[in-house]
Design a protein. Structure first.
Length: 207
């Protein structure tokens, strides 16, 4: 995890929550914070802008009549706490190793869906519509989306895949009638028996 980025994100989130960002910069600052919450870091192009916003002199918080949705102390604390959730990490070396170029691009084991980012060895973990974490370099790092999920259920599924990826994927296929890797309906007798298609099986097992 990029600790300097986390500190910058916390500082920027706190200034936003307390109404200390100029109105002209507020939407841009919010997009930077939201991007950090999702991806866990800033890009090289974003970082100078974050540093500028954090180091800029604080502006007085606007009065409630002008901005009725201006956050107060409780929302500020919740916003900052949401960023802090991104430091929750767990080791999943076997699961992470599945999401590299040449192996899996996605995997579904209800209610978890994992998808790899393009040709990189980075995968996003979703619970329903929420991105709850990122898999990279052998570990899972949660994002603020975990606030809207059931952490116990998320980790129970991830633990099950880590322990036996083939068994977890097969159980999903048996329960849904669809391949857990490509999501296509299983129609071939061999695929139904294995609970996944032959190509997806080879990608999952590496054989």
């Amino acid at each position: 995890m990029n600790t300097p980025d986390r500190d910058l994100a916390l500082d920027l989130a706190a200034k936003l929550a307390m109404g200390q960002i100029r109105s002209a910069d507020r939407r841009f600052a919010e997009s930077l914070v939201n991007g950090y919450e999702r991806y866990g870091s800033f890009t090289d192009r974003q970082r100078p802008h974050v540093q500028r916003l954090v180091s800029a002199e604080a502006t007085p918080a606007p009065v409630a009549a002008e901005t009725p949705n201006a956050p107060q102390s409780a929302p500020a604390a919740a916003w900052v706490q949401g960023i802090r959730q991104s430091i929750v990490r767990r080791a999943y070396p076997r699961l992470s190793a599945l999401f590299v170029p040449g192996r899996l691009a996605r995997l579904t084991v209800n209610p978890i869906r994992i998808s790899r980012k393009h040709e990189e060895a980075i995968a996003f973990v979703r619970y329903g519509t929420q991105t709850v974490g990122v898999l990279e370099n052998g570990e899972f790092r949660s994002t603020s989306g975990m606030r809207y999920a059931s952490p116990e259920e998320v980790f129970a599924v991830l633990d099950r895949i880590e322990a036996d990826p083939v068994a977890a994927a097969a159980q999903h296929g048996q329960e849904t009638g669809r391949c857990s890797v490509c999501s296509r309906e299983l129609t071939n007798a061999t695929s139904i028996a294995r609970a996944m298609g032959p190509v997806c099986y080879r990608r999952l097992t590496g054989m």
